[in-house]
Design a protein around this ligand. Structure first.
Ligand SMILES: Nc1ncnc2c1ncn2[C@@H]1O[C@H](COP(=O)(O)OP(=O)(O)OP(=O)(O)O)[C@@H](O)[C@H]1O
Ligand SMILES: [Mg+2]
Length: 343
């Protein structure tokens, strides 16, 4: 039986689906490089070093804003991931792959996703591509081939991808450079401004996961957490208490930008499809869709039903699984034609 794998190459996470086995790899898409030459850790082990490594160790994410920013390191990282999988799951040599890429990127950027897999040591038999919004919608439980008019909003780490699909095709799709990482940066900046406290990305993410909300909290429901950082003035480690209202205010502007982009796409949606979206509502996926009350904010701004998907960080990988397992979806993965280059 032939081996088939699906790959969701995210800014933050790398997920691999294996035919008949489900999601067999899910780790941070990150690597640690020593002295500009040797890879000393990948995935979650490399993430542990993030923000703590000495200056001769670079800890870096090769995918940025949804596209492969550092092809050389991404290639090496993927080879090491395949080696790791090979130890427990059998070698990947000669397997078939489907990789997803955002829709709203250039043809050359898309081709880089296919070339990345084609050039691995696995020497694949065939590499196909699937549009990420389609995989997303399948993973959210929608039958994209039958559904006429659905909107999917994937709020990830570096990007938010807002797409309108109809009858298995993409009507509109926009990739905007706002996601969970921006919320983390907002929190870092506000904490520095208000408390004179320098915190790292990991601390900011913990604050976000614990406290972030998309609507202003009530005065009597304003939980707090204690955070540690370095005082800007005296340079000493310090502890401060941060509340939900403060976190809400820090991230509100970027949340507003996402909502505004959703509204712009809705305004550009053909009327027949828009009326279907009124019935089906908006499907929200991606790790950052877990921000509390996002459904309340989006629902009040768009007056549509908001479906926040379960297992929201895995919808793309699960959707790839549906394309791999279900012959009815076979045509949703395709071989990319040779990219055309402008002179
Ligand atoms: N409970 C939570 N509340 C808020 N944000 C969360 C939560 N859990 C995860 N996140 C955020 O979700 C983001 C990761 O989401 P996801 O795995 O969908 O990203 P990705 O697919 O790698 O990125 P992209 O799609 O932008 O390339 C991170 O910014 C993380 O902080
Ligand atoms: Mg993603």
């Amino acid at each position: 039986m032939s081996k088939v794998y699906g790959i969701d190459l995210g800014t933050r996470a790398l997920k691999i689906y294996k035919k008949n086995d489900g999601v067999i790899y899910d780790a941070k898409n990150i690597l640690a490089i020593k002295d500009n030459s040797t890879i000393i850790a990948i995935g979650d082990e490399a993430f542990e070093m993030y923000g703590k490594a000495p200056s001769n160790i670079e800890v870096t994410y090769p995918v940025k804003y949804g596209v492969i920013a550092d092809i050389k390191n991404m290639q090496q990282l993927l080879n090491l991931v395949f080696d790791e999988i090979g130890k427990t799951q059998g070698k990947l040599n000669g397997a078939e792959f489907i990789i997803t890429a955002p829709t709203d990127i250039t043809e050359v950027e898309k081709k880089a996703f296919v070339d990345l897999v084609a050039n691995t040591n696995a020497k694949p038999r065939r590499v196909r591509i699937a549009e990420r919004p389609i995989a997303d919608a399948l993973g959210a439980g929608l039958n994209v081939c039958e559904a006429s008019g659905v909107m999917v909003v994937d709020i990830g780490a570096d990007t938010t991808e807002i797409s309108v699909l109809s009858l298995g095709g993409i009507v509109l799709s926009r990739l905007i450079p706002i996601g969970g990482n921006k919320f983390d940066d907002d929190i870092i900046n506000s904490v520095k401004k208000k408390f004179n406290l320098v915190i790292g990305n990991k601390t900011a993410e913990v604050i976000k996961i614990n406290l972030a909300t998309a609507i202003a909290p009530e005065e009597n429901n304003n939980p707090t957490i204690k955070v540690h950082g370095r005082d800007v003035v005296n340079g000493l480690p310090t502890e401060k208490e941060i509340d939900t209202a403060f976190v809400y205010e820090s991230i509100a502007e970027h949340l507003r930008s996402i909502v505004d982009s959703v509204k712009i796409i809705l305004e550009h949606t053909p009327p027949e499809i828009a009326s279907d979206i009124i019935d089906s509502g908006i499907y929200v996926t991606g790790g950052s869709s877990q921000i509390r009350n996002l459904d309340v904010l989006l629902g009040s701004e768009t007056e549509l039903k908001i479906n926040i998907c379960n297992d929201s960080a895995n919808t793309v990988a699960l959707g790839l699984g549906k394309i791999i397992e279900n012959p009815a979806y076979e045509s949703l993965a395709y071989v990319l034609k040779q990219a055309t280059y402008k002179d």
